[in-house]
Design a protein around this ligand. Structure first.
Ligand code: 13P
Length: 287
């Protein structure tokens, strides 16, 4: 069932658990995430970066595929189709394509411009029943060409953006996209606690979910994080499982080269990773 992410995230914030946003790249990814959410009776958010949207031949294709797959698989748990790190133009494209949620990443604009553009998009998104996420304090690392330094957000700026009416807020707390370097200092819970206090009951979003130790995830949820984004970790397990299949020569046995067979270990690995994360985040049985 395709829905906006507002209700599922407000419930998660109240119930002290988090809903996973799993970024999708193709049919296998989408099917793996949807079937796992249904199996575990968990709400879920499908994240689509602008790069992944382009790869899948445009947001229109993505929305059509997700809608049809949701129906075709008989998915009854709440599913939000969400633009990840959207540009101003990208947000409008997704709204038109039929996404149910958008993120406007105005963190690189001067604050006045971020405020003006966010205000406009909140108005448009809410008028059409979509949810909207905003970001304060760049998330570090690189994702699909979007590069951020990994700052800690200013709580006063978070309050300013939250008060514009966004539904959930991503605040940088030392998190980065991709694999964390060995010398990473961990999440700044001091910043998270201050942001949480500043924004009241607003669900907070933790980007860069890959590789954050379980105890830090649990602590972040206790401090208001209700949405956690995971992308790289699914890519890593998919690649590893596919490599295992090929290195074992299975593509050369019988019809092992059939893409449905070749991609099956990677598909299974994504299902297992999503199940592990949903269990850790506490969203199992919360649909
Ligand atoms: P990771 O790739 O580090 O899991 O980050 C995902 C993310 O934050 C998507 O916005």
């Amino acid at each position: 069932m395709l829905v906006s992410a507002t209700e599922m995230l407000n419930k998660a914030r109240d119930g002290k658990y988090a809903v996973g946003q799993f970024n999708i790249n193709n049919l296998e990814w989408t099917k793996a995430v949807l079937l796992t959410a249904q199996k575990l009776n968990s709400p879920v958010i499908l994240g689509v970066s602008e790069g992944a949207g382009k790869y899948m031949t445009g947001f229109k294709t993505v929305a059509a595929m997700v809608k049809a797959m949701d129906e075709g698989l008989g998915i009854t748990v709440p599913v939000a189709l969400h633009l990840d790190h959207g540009t101003y133009d990208g947000c409008y494209k997704c709204i038109k394509a039929g996404f149910t949620s958008i993120m406007f990443d105005g963190s690189h604009f001067p604050i006045d411009e971020n405020v003006a553009k966010t205000t406009e998009l909140v108005h448009v998104a809410h008028g059409l029943g979509l949810s909207i996420e905003a970001e304060v304090g760049a998330i570090g690392g690189e994702e699909d060409g979007v590069i951020g330094k990994g700052e800690c957000a200013d709580p006063a700026e978070c309050k300013l953006i939250a008060d514009l009416g966004v539904d959930f807020l991503a605040a940088g707390i030392g998190n980065i996209h991709g694999v964390y370097p060995a010398n990473w200092e961990g999440l700044s819970f001091e910043t998270l606690a201050e942001v949480n206090k500043a924004v009241g009951a607003m669900p907070l979003v933790l980007h860069g979910g890959t590789g954050i130790p379980d105890d830090q995830i649990t602590k972040a949820i206790s401090l208001g994080v209700a949405k956690i984004n995971v992308n790289t970790e699914c890519q890593l397990v998919f690649a590893e499982a596919t490599r295992g299949y090929v290195e074992a020569g299975k593509d050369k046995q019988g019809k092992g080269f059939d893409p449905r067979k070749l991609l099956a270990p990677g598909f299974d690995a994504i299902c297992a990773k999503v199940e592990e994360k949903m269990t850790l985040f506490g969203s199992v049985g919360k649909a």
